[in-house]
Design a protein around this ligand. Structure first.
Ligand SMILES: Nc1ncnc2c1ncn2[C@@H]1O[C@H](COP(=O)(O)OP(=O)(O)O)[C@@H](O)[C@H]1O
Ligand SMILES: [Mg+2]
Length: 229
């Protein structure tokens, strides 16, 4: 479980303070499919980054599986981040000079997985994403949807419990976006906790819970039954 208590994020700039998140209270349980919605600038990406330990709040308490992570050293934060979280971004963020296979193998290298195992697991993950014929392709030769599927395979490399996706379909035509949603739903059915930022009301409504942000505040939370096609 992820537990955010009175989380605030602010930045000091030359012209004053910018507040990104104000007093956020949110619990996310294993197995949920949470969608985060709200206008541009409402704090969605900031919230996702804090959840995934890519950024730290200015104040508040954050605990992951019961462990308070505020005040941990960077090395401990990186370890917890790598163990618990997979990330998928709007612009894929693949390394252009690496093949699909190499992109997916990379995070396992950081985690110390032996080369042979890295390769086998990366192949399995890419097969699962329907990309067995694109193992040695470089990102620029793939469609947007294919690149995002490589990115999802990479996010799964170290077997995270939580998949964090920031507008994962935002750069894709709707048919390719729908494929990505199918993959996220299939993963969620197998137990993956999915937390997805989206602008798209239809996609947002596919979550078991929707958190709506406005000006850094939680404006509304809606819960619903798991999505079925
Ligand atoms: N590193 C930063 N420094 C200063 N302000 C930031 C920074 N990151 C985000 N912000 C501001 O915080 C607010 C929320 O941003 P963000 O979380 O990216 O919104 P969203 O993803 O909902 O569009 C915006 O006003 C944005 O300009
Ligand atoms: Mg954003």
């Amino acid at each position: 479980m992820l537990q955010l208590t009175n989380i605030t994020k602010a930045w000091n700039t030359g012209t004053g303070q910018i507040v990104g998140l104000k007093d956020i209270n949110l619990e996310i349980k294993r197995g949920e499919f949470v969608t985060i919605m709200g206008p541009s600038g409402s704090g969605k990406s900031t919230l996702l980054q804090i959840i995934g330990l890519l950024d730290m709040p200015t104040s508040g308490v954050y605990s992951i599986e019961g462990r308070d992570v505020m005040g941990l050293r960077d090395a401990d934060l990186a370890r917890i981040r790598n163990r618990h979280f997979g990330f998928v971004f709007q612009k894929f963020h693949l390394l252009p000079e690496l093949t699909s296979l190499e992109n997916v193998m990379l995070p396992m290298g950081y985690a110390g997985v032996p080369l042979a195992q890295r390769k086998i697991r990366a192949q399995e993950l890419l097969n699962r994403m329907g990309l067995s014929h694109r193992l040695h392709a470089r990102p620029t030769t793939l469609s947007g949807g294919e690149q995002q599927r490589v990115a999802i395979a990479r996010s799964l490399a170290n077997d995270p419990g939580f998949l964090l996706a920031d507008e994962p379909t935002g750069n894709l035509p709707s048919d390719q976006g729908a494929e990505i949603m199918e993959i996220l739903h299939a993963l969620n059915k197998e137990g993956m906790t999915v937390i997805m930022v989206t602008h798209d009301e239809k996609l947002g409504a596919q979550g078991t819970r929707t958190v709506r942000l406005k000006d850094g505040l939680i404006e509304q939370i809606v819960e619903r039954e798991p999505w079925t096609k």
